[in-house]
Design a binder for this molecule. Structure first.
Ligand code: 13P
Length: 251
């Protein structure tokens, strides 16, 4: 299975910058054929920049695709400010992220909400990246597996399958802080997640498990070589085409 190198742009950049960044990533992939043999790429621009990204990504065989950072909880209707999974799919997005810790924290999204969003995204044919991860206090208290185990069970919808599900393990204390989980911590947690997926799916090895949290060119090689790490969900470093591609090359 190829590594999935995912760039979560969060709430950054202008539409002109989104176009330039997309084109630079495309050029970088084209310039290094080997990288597309080992990696698939997906970028997550803000909703209003999906249009310029879509315009740059016209080749259906491109190893670079795009997705949305979140989706609405409902099918459609009077939900001001929301964007539905159906609209996201209609925009030819392949992926959607649900349950990012920033949504869980700043928008009070519970596992139940994340599960409903994932269910709607699944039923609209999107591949769903479900994010899980413990807070620093939970790790210090030795509760990290318990927390992540509960998030997994409670956030995965009934219609989740090995084809449409990706799990991103993002320890909250490692996001945007420059602190990365150690290779041993990542190996332990990804092994645990794989085991939990085994309770749910017959072929748990077909579900990609991404690591996210201060992944950079200088630590990506070790993280991506760790057992059960099938790619990265990259924030800050995905805003710089060179850094994003350097992470992929290290895979
Ligand atoms: P950073 O790579 O900036 O730590 O962000 C990780 C993340 O939250 C990706 O979704």
């Amino acid at each position: 299975m190829k590594k999935l190198i995912a760039g979560n742009w969060k709430m950054n950049g202008s539409w002109a910058e989104a176009r330039i960044l997309t084109e630079k990533i495309l050029e970088g992939i084209a310039a290094d054929k080997g990288v597309a043999d080992t990696c698939e790429f997906v970028i997550f621009p803000p909703f209003v920049h999906l249009g310029v990204v879509k315009e740059s990504l016209t080749d259906p065989d491109s190893p670079l695709t795009y997705g949305a950072q979140d989706c609405g909880l409902h099918e459609n209707g009077a939900y001001t400010g929301e964007v539905s999974a159906e609209m996201i799919r209609d925009f030819a997005c392949e992926y959607v992220i649900v349950g990012h810790s920033e949504r869980r924290e700043y928008h009070h999204e519970t596992n139940e909400i994340v599960k409903q969003k994932a269910a709607i995204a699944d039923s609209n044919g999107l591949k769903v990246i479900i994010c899980v991860g413990e807070k620093e206090s939970e790790r210090e208290a030795g509760q990290h597996k318990e927390v992540v185990g509960a998030q997994l069970v409670e956030s995965m919808p009934e219609n989740a399958s090995v084809e449409n599900t990706v799990i991103a393990y993002e320890p909250v204390w490692a996001i945007g802080t420059g602190k990365t989980a150690s290779v041993d911590d990542v190996r332990e947690m990804h092994g645990f997640i794989r085991q939990q997926l085994g309770e749910r799916f017959e072929e748990p090895e077909r579900v990609r498990i991404l690591y996210g949290g201060s992944m950079k060119p200088d630590n990506a090689r070790d993280l991506l070589a760790t057992d059960n790490v099938d790619g990265g969900l990259i924030g800050g470093a995905s805003l710089d085409a060179e850094a994003f591609l350097a992470i992929a090359k290290s895979a």
